[in-house]
Ligand binder design. Structure first.
Ligand code: 6PG
Length: 263
């Protein structure tokens, strides 16, 4: 684990260093700002077409609102960025629990994104597995190949959250989806944490195919699970890896004083 703050930790990394980098932010606003800067930088590096994989839950909400405000609204080249979702709750698109629906309400619907640049999971499919297969086919079409090449990541940035039980995306503790190595997207009939609706989730290999994986971790209720993850417990979130950089962006309010002091 690489522990550091802001630029200093980035400088310390070499290209071959794929360990987890920890960056602290002081409060929700600073966390959103730092994530928005990283997103903007990844889009800038993305060339003609950038692909961002969003996450659900409450942790990214401030970031999403921030993207629809100045300076990000004017700085993001909306017509050349494509938006995907790392996991979806299997509820209709207009249901308030739908993750892409939340991203739309918080920013995508307010900034003039071309409709074809938003890639939702088809939650009107027959069942989560059918929706997963459709989404996998869409990802493959976008990528242009059926096999992931580590030298050519699918995404520029993948956002991730940390659940109180250690899950990330909809990869819950004990789920067979944790061991999936072939499929890019799978259906999950039973969620381990609320909302208890079936899910559709990208698998670890698909999520890893990115220039940067960025965890957004905030909320005092994350203290215990974060301490477990950082002490090496085998949680789904700890298994998440990236072919590019792996960054855990943590709000200091989560309360890891011991770690903060050593950074
Ligand atoms: C979901 C997620 C999930 C989430 C974590 C953290 O659909 O629920 O994508 O993996 O990121 O549960 O959620 P919070 O940010 O709400 O704590």
């Amino acid at each position: 684990m690489t522990v550091g703050v802001g630029d200093r930790s980035r400088d310390e990394l070499t290209n071959s260093d794929r360990r987890r980098q920890i960056v602290f932010a002081s409060g929700i606003e600073a966390l959103a700002e730092s994530a928005a800067e990283r997103l903007l930088a990844r889009i800038a590096q993305g060339g003609n077409r950038a692909a961002i994989c969003l996450t659900g839950g409450t942790s990214p909400e401030r970031l999403y609102r921030r993207l629809a405000e100045s300076p990000y609204r004017g700085a993001i080249p909306w017509d050349r960025v494509h938006w995907f979702i790392g996991d979806e709750r299997f509820v209709p698109a207009h249901d308030t629990r739908n993750n892409m629906g939340a991203a739309r309400r918080l920013f995508l619907d307010h900034v003039g994104v071309p409709a074809g640049n938003i890639h939702p999971v088809a939650t009107d499919a027959t069942n989560p597995d059918a929706a997963a297969r459709l989404y996998e086919a869409e990802l493959k079409r976008f990528y242009g190949h059926d096999e992931l090449d580590r030298a050519k990541p699918l995404f520029d940035l993948v956002l991730m959250g940390l659940g109180r039980d250690g899950h990330t995306a909809s990869l819950f503790p004990g789920s067979p989806a944790l061991d999936e190595r072939v499929r890019w997207v799978v259906g999950v009939e039973q969620a381990g944490l609320a909302p208890f609706v079936p899910r559709v989730t990208l698998t670890f290999p698909a999520l890893a195919s990115t220039h940067e994986m960025l965890f957004l971790i905030s909320g005092e209720d994350k203290h215990e699970v974060l301490a477990r993850a950082l002490s090496g417990d085998d949680l789904p979130a700890s298994r998440a890896h990236s072919d590019g950089d792996l960054v855990w962006l943590i709000d200091r309010a989560v309360g890891l004083k011991e770690l903060d002091a050593s950074a």
